[in-house]
Each structure stands twice: as C-alpha cells, then as structure tokens.
Design a protein around this ligand. Structure first.
Ligand code: ADP
Ligand SMILES: Cc1ncc(COP(=O)(O)OP(=O)(O)O)c(N)n1
Length: 267
C-alpha cells in the first residue's frame, strides 16, 4: 500500500485541513499519515482560534514518520508561521521525498489569515523550490505575483511568474472565477487545462485541500502528473456535486460518494 503524508493544520469541523486530506487519501486507497502544524477552532461559519504547534514538535513528528516509514508522497497545507515553514523545509531537505505538493494556503473562505502575512515570502522562498507542484487559488496567486487575475490569459501569465519562483509545476485553480471552473497546469513549457462546469452550491469548504491531497495520492499511485491532476479534478468535481449541507455556513464536500454508491450504501 502506498503511504502518503499531509503536513497541515487541523480543522475541528472536518471539512478542510488534515481531516479533508486524510479522508481524500482513504478514498484513494492510500495509507494516510499526518504532521499537524496548527490546531484551528473552526466550523462552516468561520475560524475562531488557532494554536500553532511548536517548531520542536513539528520536527519530531516529521522525524518519527521518516525514520520509520517509506513515504510515497507529501502534501503541505496550512503552515501558519515563519518558524513552521523553516522547520518543515529543513526536515524535507534532509529526508528528500520525491513527491511534494505544496498548497500555499493563505486565507480561508471565511476570511481568516491561516498564514501570517509576514510568512508569505518565506513560504515562497523555502517551500516552492522543494515542490513537484504548487497549487495556488486565484487570491493566493495574486498575492504571490502582485498582479490582478480575472481572465484565463492572466492566469497563464501568473502561472509563468510562479513557475520562476522554483516549483517544477504550477496548477493555478480557477474556482474563484465566475465562469467554468478551469484549473491550468504549467510545466515550464506548455499549459494543460482541466475544466468543469461551475456547480451551483455554497458547500465548497475544503475544496483546495481536497484537490491537492487527491493529486498527491494519484502521484504516489504512479500516475503521470497530467493524469494525477485529471483524476483529482474528477474526484473534487464529484465531491462538490454531492457536497453536504452540514452546519449553518459553507458546508464540506463528500469524499466517499463514489465508494458509497458502489457499495450500495446510498441510492
Ligand atoms: N463551484 C464550483 N464548481 C466546480 N468546481 C469548483 C467550484 N469551486 C471550486 N471548484 C474546483 O475546486 C478546486 C479547488 O479550487 P478553489 O476553490 O479555487 O481552491 P481553494 O479551495 O484553495 O480556494 C478546483 O479544481 C476548482 O476548479
Ligand atoms: C486547517 C485548515 N487548512 C486549510 C484551510 C483552507 O482550506 P481550503 O481548501 O482552501 O478551503 P476553505 O477553508 O477556503 O473553504 C482551512 N480552512 N483550514
């Protein structure tokens, strides 16, 4: 069985962060492991408190995993603070796993800064050069490139700029645009496009976490980069189509729809 690690924050409501990542790994038939960077008190309506985990405990979690278990893929999500990023980068440079997908989580849909703005530069400098793929959404790409992104053409321009920052591949997600949801992949030479019709739902909590985890799982399973993104896009689209009206705000997506359907657990 392939073994995949998420280095990210905990979402108490289970829709995003570590919880979304582990559900996604399970749905892909890979063994999920976690290094927790921060604990958030969060639900479908907002983020109410964050406790960052110490540098030492983050280092120890990474060490505990890599000293014992072969890791087939790593996804990085919420990294919160400069010191958190520095210790993750230090440890990953040491253990050098082949597949690292960086989701540069900055601000939650509810508007909470999950990454201290002072740490934005450190994230770019320390984590992007380690990444096989970086998966910014449009607001994150705007912060990284300092340009406004409203069109597919501007997405392409931004992807080229982010590529120059050191990631081997850039997947710029189009979930925040108004038209179809088109994500674009740039590998330094050409663009590939992954499109789905926009699904009319408010329940999109954790979509970015889920997509990057699904890409990591598919890469660990041996799919090519393009195939991994294509399969992950299909997975997130189904998860959004069958998203759950849990809570009073932005509900989570459904990670197990296809599996439950096949097992006859749902109509
Ligand atoms: N309403 C929607 N309908 C269809 N796909 C969506 C919708 N919202 C987001 N997506 C898709 O979900 C994935 C995550 O995108 P996005 O919402 O941009 O990321 P984030 O959660 O990081 O803000 C992308 O593949 C995007 O195209
Ligand atoms: C602990 C934690 N990590 C990441 C996020 C952001 O998740 P994302 O997939 O970008 O979805 P939204 O929160 O923006 O809906 C999070 N909220 N919590």
């Amino acid at each position: 069985m392939k073994k995949v690690l998420t280095i990210a924050g905990s979402d108490s409501s289970g829709g995003a962060g570590i919880q979304a990542d582990l559900k996604t790994f399970s749905a892909h038939g890979v063994f999920g492991m976690s290094v927790i960077t921060a604990v958030t008190a969060q639900n479908t309506q907002g983020v109410f408190a964050v406790q960052d985990i110490t540098r030492d405990v983050i280092a120890k979690q990474i060490e505990a995993i890599f000293e014992d278990i072969e890791v087939d893929g790593v996804k990085i999500g919420m990294v919160s603070q400069v010191q958190t990023i520095e210790v993750i980068a230090e440890q990953l440079r040491h253990y050098a796993p082949q597949t690292i997908v960086v989701d540069p989580v900055m601000v939650s849909k509810s508007g909470y800064h999950l990454l201290n703005p002072e740490a934005e530069v450190t994230l770019i400098k320390e984590l992007l050069p380690l990444a096989m793929m970086v998966t910014p959404n449009i607001p994150e790409a705007e912060v990284m490139t300092k340009m406004s992104i409203r069109t597919l053409k501007q997405m392409e321009e931004a992807a080229k700029i982010i590529y120059q920052m050191g990631a081997k591949n850039v997947l710029l997600k189009g979930g925040h645009l108004e038209d179809d949801s088109t994500d674009i992949l740039y590998d330094g030479r050409e663009f590939s496009y992954f499109s789905s019709s926009r699904i009319a739902t408010k329940n999109t909590h954790g979509t970015g976490c889920t997509l990057s985890s699904a890409i990591t799982a598919n890469m660990a399973l041996g799919y090519s980069l393009n195939e991994a993104v294509s399969r992950a896009k299909e997975y997130i689209t189904i998860a959004i189509q069958h998203s759950l009206s849990i809570g009073k705000g932005v509900g989570p997506t459904h990670h197990f729809y296809t599996l439950y359907k096949k097992a006859g657990l749902i109509e």
